[in-house]
Design a protein around this ligand. Sequence first.
Ligand code: NAD
Length: 251
Amino acid sequence: MRFKDKTILVTGGAMGIGSATVKRLAHEGANVIMADIDEAAANERIKEIGSKRVFYQFVDLSKPDSITKMGQEVAGKFDSLNGLVNNAGIVNPTSIADTGDKDWHPQMTINLRAPALCSKSLLPLLKKGPGHIVNVSSEGGFRPRPGNWVYDASKAGICALSRTMACEFIHYGMRANTVAPGWTVTEMHFSKAEEPAKRKEELENLSYNGAIIQRLARPGEIAAAIVFLLSDDASFITGTTIHVDGGRVGN
Ligand SMILES: NC(=O)c1ccc[n+]([C@@H]2O[C@H](COP(=O)([O-])OP(=O)(O)OC[C@H]3O[C@@H](n4cnc5c(N)ncnc54)[C@H](O)[C@@H]3O)[C@@H](O)[C@H]2O)c1
């Protein structure tokens, strides 16, 4: 129960890694604010998690006004925050030659601008916690690969953002770190398949020789690192990145 009487906000908490993080935090005693654009999915997850300490908060992270409104609404309900997980992200593969403005904006605004704006709008509450911040990057921000340049640049950028946050927010007793997951079995990879349940099972059983541990991560394995960094067990860790990728980046 490392988070008894603590309150933590997770963006993109309705699915995948965010949902696993919400679940773990709730089971460790936290009040969790599940901030997401998809109210139906969020409510379904809250029912599944079965905790009275998980609350839904609408936010469209592509819109600065919506993030400001979220900050105001959360401040109306909670006095302080003990953590913020900037988890939500989208991916839209595109090559440099084929890129247009429409490819740049949604990925950069949701993956990189939103974590900065969420941290800013929730800062008054985080200062009171104090609230520690975990930003979610990706192996894509570290490995050379074609076809995902906007996403990969956003995920490299978020590590720099975390380091800036670590330096600026330590004055308030806040730490800021990054978790960089490898390929993980989440809705991001199976929800749009013709048969999502079948695709999920295929991914869970995939033998993957791109990493030392030759399988895909489960959302709970990424959540474990996020929750560790939020906890007092990580009291001397700030401004760093933990790779949870089965050894892929170092491979
Ligand atoms: N799944 C992977 O293989 C993988 C690998 C490396 C990094 N990541 C990163 O981990 C994070 C979580 O990924 P996931 O796989 O769990 O994603 P997912 O697609 O399964 O879930 C994303 C969540 O974000 C929410 N969301 C999307 N757009 C939003 C918006 N505009 N406003 C508010 N909420 C919005 C969705 O409703 C959903 O609940 C992302 O930052 C992703 O880039 C994922």
